[in-house]
Design a protein around this ligand. Structure first.
Ligand code: FES
Length: 290
């Protein structure tokens, strides 16, 4: 005999307060109805989203589904934990004789109700996955390779190749791989620092004339373009969330939410004095995702 059954057959308990009626077929109907409403609301949410109806429509379906599911679960457990106070007499002669506690909660159709709630939770839970396709395709290796190759010239947005001695001191420029202008994942920010020495973890082999360095322009926090430069302390800024990178120390982050440095582009010059890449980035550009 379960604890529950034992409790129901104890004649020594007296009900002294009963704020809600004991579970009944009406309660079962409420549980069942809530489960059905939750399941229908889940389907309505998924369909509303797929048909691109207004957010009011599928938002309302979502709210109704959550409320119905919560209400159904609450009603389901209400007969396990009834709002009833019962008193057990201290002495045998005080034992109550009026109404046995067996009237508290006969368990009826519990497995049906439980299965209905599980089914409704499953349908509702699956419907919450319906926005997943709208996230678009997975990036795959798109952020692991860019259009930089060994010998690719750096060019301006106008397509002009850049001579190492044509970059103004203390200046920055957004540059692209020749032939791939506006390929955002390949965008690079070229920096010419003043009289400052580069420090670790800068890759010194990729610094030209001890003053020119190039980093990925794609912020390692959430992918915004890094585009601002403060010459006084050689700081690169991302305008989205104020991540700050030290351009003479391998673009390590010095402030803001990002934790990764901007990848450094292997930089060199060709025989004509134009800036070229010595290869692709050796690490992933943009936000790390695994
Ligand atoms: S995207 Fe650059 S700081 Fe957030």
């Amino acid at each position: 005999m379960s604890d529950r059954e034992a409790e129901q057959t104890r004649p020594d308990l007296t009900i002294v307060s009963e704020e809600t009626p004991p579970p009944s077929q009406a309660n079962d109907a409420l549980v069942l109805g809530s489960a059905i409403i939750a399941a229908l609301a889940g389907v309505g949410f998924a369909v509303g989203l797929a048909l691109r109806t207004s957010i009011t429509v599928y938002g309302t379906a979502l709210a109704i589904g959550l409320l119905a599911l919560g209400f159904g679960i609450r009603r389901y457990f209400s007969d396990l934990f009834p709002d009833i106070e019962a008193v057990e007499p201290r002495h045998p002669e005080q034992q109550a004789t009026e109404e046995p506690v067996s009237a508290i909660a006969p368990l009826q159709r519990r497995s049906l109700l439980r299965n209905a709630l599980i089914g409704a939770s499953g349908v509702f839970g699956l419907s919450l996955l319906s926005p997943v396709p709208s996230l678009g395709p997975a990036p795959g290796d798109a952020l692991r390779t860019t259009d930089w190759r060994r010998g690719t010239r750096l060019v301006t947005t106008d397509g002009e190749p850049i001579r190492a001695d044509n970059v103004a001191s203390g200046g920055v420029a957004t540059v692209w791989p020749e032939g791939s202008i506006n390929n955002e994942i390949s965008a690079v920010i070229l920096v010419r620092v003043g009289d400052t020495e580069f420090k670790d973890p800068t890759n010194f082999d990729w610094v030209v004339n001890n003053e020119l360095v190039a980093y990925s322009k794609v912020c390692t926090h959430a992918g915004c373009p890094v585009g601002l430069f403060r010459e006084t302390d050689n700081a690169l800024f991302c305008p989205c969330h104020q991540s700050t990178f030290d351009a003479v120390r391998g673009a390590i982050p010095t402030f803001g939410p990002t934790a990764r440095a901007l990848p450094q582009l292997p930089l060199g010059t060709d025989a004509e004095g134009f800036l070229i890449a010595l290869g692709d980035f050796t690490e992933q550009v943009g936000p790390a995702y695994g």
